[in-house]
Design a protein around this ligand. Structure first.
Ligand SMILES: Nc1ncnc2c1ncn2[C@@H]1O[C@H](COP(=O)(O)OP(=O)(O)OP(=O)(O)O)[C@@H](O)[C@H]1O
Ligand SMILES: [Mg+2]
Length: 252
């Protein structure tokens, strides 16, 4: 087994004025591993993943992808390193169909025989690729040509996940992937995340307040409090009570 982490963060700091949102945070994510980052409201979880996905600039610290220092200054840079981030109910344009959402900002352009003057958006290509991607992930949409506002929350989430996979994401970050979903849809999203790891070998970071989902999905749990890492446990060697007490600081 390859022992170089696919992602490593070292001594990360992020300040918002006087607030240390991320305080000397380090962690590793190995290939095909699923980890959870948990913590109370305001612990710094979203800030941390926004830095890794290029939304915020870090104040100091280093990020390594496959052992090489990564220069992540914007979301496109993160994507070049294979880091794709999935936010609940964000990032889809409701009036566009699944295919146009999959190719949002990265549309396939075809030149006509008249050369560079006439260019076409290649809808056929994009439809085919979308169908293939959704099939590969066992995502069923009745009609992929419908605007995505017709889809359920779980289906929309699946389209976002499909897009991340299609564009070559090898490190997927989920910020609250099951928020606002019904029980059935939650189940589908959880099962889809499992398949990403088991069948496609993708490495995954999940941020969630749902401790049951965390225990079902992940291999390792990292606890943040006030921007600091206050605990790290192998899932099989801990339990809900211990994690909750680390989150709240009750064990101190
Ligand atoms: N853009 C910002 N400007 C100023 N302060 C911010 C900003 N974003 C976050 N913070 C502060 O940084 C700290 C960490 O916030 P963050 O959103 O990362 O927490 P979180 O762990 O994701 O919380 P939640 O579970 O509620 O989503 C908080 O004190 C928050 O108020
Ligand atoms: Mg958050």
């Amino acid at each position: 087994m390859n022992n170089t982490p696919i992602l490593e963060v070292k001594n990360l700091y992020k300040y918002f004025g006087g607030i240390k949102a991320v305080d000397n945070f380090s962690f590793k994510l190995y290939e095909k591993e699923i980890i959870a980052i948990v913590g109370d409201n305001g612990a710094g979880k979203s800030t941390l993943i926004k830095i890794i996905s290029g939304v915020y600039k870090k104040d100091s610290g280093e990020i390594f992808v496959n052992g090489t220092e990564a220069n992540i200054n914007n979301p496109n840079a993160a994507k070049k390193y294979g880091i794709e981030t999935v936010h609940q109910d964000q990032g889809l344009i409701p009036i566009l169909n699944a295919s146009l959402n999959l190719f949002l900002g990265r549309e396939k352009i075809r030149e006509s025989f008249l050369g560079k003057i006439f260019k076409f958006v290649d809808y056929n290509f994009m439809n085919k690729e979308t169908r293939k991607t959704l099939n590969k992930l066992n995502i069923e949409l009745k009609d992929i040509n419908l605007p995505v506002y017709n889809l359920s929350g779980g289906q929309r989430q699946a389209v976002i996940i499909g897009r991340a996979v299609y564009w070559g994401g090898r490190i997927l970050i989920f910020d609250e992937p099951t928020n606002n979903l019904g029980v059935k849809q939650e189940r589908k999203v959880i099962d889809l995340i499992k398949r990403l790891r088991n069948e496609l070998g993708i490495s995954i970071i999940v941020i969630s307040h749902n401790i049951a989902h965390v225990f079902e999905l992940v291999d390792r749990i990292i606890v943040l409090r006030n921007g600091k890492k206050v605990g790290e446990r192998i899932k099989d060697k801990t339990n809900t009570n211990e994690i909750v007490s680390i989150i709240t600081g009750a064990e101190a």
